[in-house]
Design a protein around this ligand. Structure first.
Ligand SMILES: [Zn+2]
Length: 105
């Protein structure tokens, strides 16, 4: 059964509860204050969304540079027409940003 997150309108506490998809309520009573806790997009669902593949134009290159870059950085994939970079998930995006000097931490 999937998990759902409920955020309380009153105290903002987020509660995670397990329900079947058919029986998931749109709100539950907040276990903290008894207020109305509204179903929000679960962090677990958000995690799945982060593993989705996307094409990044920000990390893209000119299509002429693709063979060179794919040789320099094995594992890199670029769109053959637009030169956009194939990003698989948030961690990968962060990794590339770091490599390009866009994130310093
Ligand atoms: Zn509450």
């Amino acid at each position: 059964m999937p998990f759902y997150d409920f955020e309380c309108e009153n105290c903002n506490k987020v509660t995670e509860e397990m329900f079947s998809i058919a029986k998931r309520p749109s709100y539950i009573p907040c276990p903290n204050c008894g207020g109305k806790a509204i179903r929000i997009i679960s962090r677990r669902v958000a995690t799945n969304a982060e593993s989705r593949v996307m094409w990044s134009k920000a990390f893209g290159i000119h299509p002429d540079q693709i063979p060179e870059m794919e040789q320099r950085f094995p594992g890199d994939k670029y769109h053959p027409v637009s030169g956009a970079m194939r990003i698989k998930g948030y961690q990968h995006q962060k990794q590339i940003a770091k490599r390009l000097g866009m994130i310093i931490d």
